[in-house]
Design a protein around this ligand. Structure first.
Ligand code: ADP
Ligand code: ASP
Ligand code: MG
Length: 459
């Protein structure tokens, strides 16, 4: 986010905001479940939606520029998902015209992408997923008797022009939300798009993959809501990804800093930046399943009683390791500063870092960006780094993080963790900077097994 702080006052403290993810709005039946949640929880006045499941990936493929036959096949898939929902609405005439107009735009932008692709074009194209899901959901809510209004989030979510990973301007968001959204909440439920924004010249941007959680948390903060509800496809945050470990345990309450650490280190259930606004403003975040709201979920709040030593294991795939060697580092000053200045100029944030006398190893996260994952390591960056030192790049690595409390003060931790990993190569270890994590960089193909072994050892 750009360097500014919100000046919000808690205006709407009796209201809550709800975000429904891609699987929650995947089809008509799933959308109905979301509508039932809104009908049930009258405090929900703002709703933030993702694109229907699968749509963002299809649009990203189209934005990469594909030849005509594949383009038609992809466009058909997009159309079928949208029409699967339209065909079940009672009054589909007007809404189908609006969706047709957006589908035509998608086709036109895809043709343009086949000629020349760009990050700006990618964001423009991809934003159509959220524009369509929100239009359809407003119609469905109205059919269920909920007074709902569609709202274009680009009127309030002003960002910089870092396409595919844009950073919101919180001061503008706060002012615009309070003037354009707040006054309407008494009369209707406002339905808006997650993930997308608008840069100063008026072009559409995106906040990076999974960014709808972040949108909801930011708007929630701007409105001073009493809770942010993240509705997804699992009934809460678990001790690890239940897709990898089916008997992972649900966490009923977790502190902001532990959950933020989980999200940062790859627990896909929350976008890594989601908890920043919540922490800043002390707004609790609830995570539950839109398919089974009766199962409850996880409450993320400022503090919990008796936080355990081991809380969770997170996994982040697609990690890139850069190793920089230079004899200039030997007894030298200022070398690290030079490296980090270059990385910062290229908008690269470094995750995990280790140093030796003449080398630095650092990992870059490439999972969150809307366009292709390789675009962080541009030729310009590599050329600049190579003028200072020898650069090695390793890909297909994964970061496994053990998340917990007082880890840096816990004796026997290393023995416990490494005894579970005796058959695996650990490429890099980071421990001690935060009391909440110990990170291991491992071969991408070993990652799932390592998570399973650690989970059975620690939980
Ligand atoms: P949405 O589309 O609703 O945003 P996501 O797919 O982004 O949903 O996030 C939900 C998924 O996060 C779950 O299906 C699960 O596989 C994954 N996940 C990863 N880590 C965890 C965890 N610790 N607890 C629960 N789910 C997790
Ligand atoms: N639709 C976007 C994505 O798939 C944003 C989101 O779902 O949060 O990444
Ligand atoms: Mg998500």
């Amino acid at each position: 986010m750009t360097d500014n702080t919100a000046t919000s006052s808690p205006l709407s403290s009796s209201y809550t905001i709800a975000k429904f993810g891609g699987t929650s709005v995947a089809d008509f039946a799933s959308m109905e479940k979301c509508a039932d949640i809104i009908l049930d929880k009258k405090s929900t006045r703002v709703v933030v939606l993702s694109a229907s499941s699968g749509i963002t990936n299809l649009l990203i493929e189209l934005a990469a520029g594909v030849e005509v036959a594949e383009r038609k096949a992809l466009l058909n898939k997009v159309r079928n998902i949208e029409y699967g929902i339209i065909n079940k609405l009672a009054n589909s005439e007007i809404i189908s015209q609006e969706i047709d107009r957006l589908l035509e735009n998608i086709e036109m932008l895809s043709e343009a992408a086949a000629l020349a692709t760009s990050d700006a074009l990618t964001d423009e194209l991809v934003s159509h997923g959220e524009l369509m899901s929100t239009l359809l959901f407003v119609e469905l809510l109205r059919e269920k008797g909920v007074p709902a209004d569609w709202f274009d989030v680009r009127k309030i979510m002003k960002t910089n022009d870092l396409f595919c990973r844009a950073e919101p301007d919180m001061i503008q968001l706060t002012e615009l939300t309070q003037s354009l959204v707040q006054p309407r909440l008494e009369k209707s439920v406002i339905v808006t798009q997650g993930f997308i924004g608008q840069e100063p010249k008026g072009r559409t941007t995106t906040l990076g993959r999974g960014g709808s959680d972040y949108t909801a948390a930011l708007i929630g903060e701007a409105l001073g809501v009493s809770r942010v509800d993240i509705w997804t496809d699992v009934p809460g945050i678990y001790s690890t990804d239940p897709r990898i470990v089916p008997d992972a345990q649900r966490i009923d309450q977790i502190a902001f800093d532990e959950a933020a650490e989980m999200a940062t280190f790859g627990a896909k259930i929350l976008h890594p930046a989601t908890l920043l606004p919540a922490v800043r403003s002390g707004i609790p975040v609830f995570v539950g399943s839109s398919k089974a709201p009766e199962q409850g979920g996880t409450l993320v709040c400022a503090q919990t009683d008796n936080p355990p030593v081991f809380r969770a294991i997170a996994l982040r795939r697609k990690q890139t390791l850069l190793t920089l060697h230079s004899m200039k580092m030997l007894h030298a000053r200022g070398f690290l500063a030079e490296i980090f200045t270059i990385l910062s100029r290229h908008h690269i944030s470094v995750d995990v870092i280790t140093t030796s006398e003449v080398s630095i190893a650092l990992t870059l996260d490439t999972t969150g960006i809307t366009n292709s994952s390789s675009s962080l390591l541009t030729n310009a960056l590599l050329t600049e780094l190579s003028s200072l030192c020898r650069v090695e790049v390793e890909e297909n690595l994964a970061l496994v993080a053990v998340i917990g409390n007082d880890l840096s003060q816990t004796s026997g931790l290393g023995a416990k963790i490494f005894s579970a990993l005796e058959h695996y190569n650990v490429r890099m270890i980071s421990h001690g900077a935060s009391p909440h994590n110990l990170c291991l960089l491992v071969n991408g193909d070993d990652a799932d097994n390592i998570v399973r072994r650690l989970h059975s050892k620690l939980f």
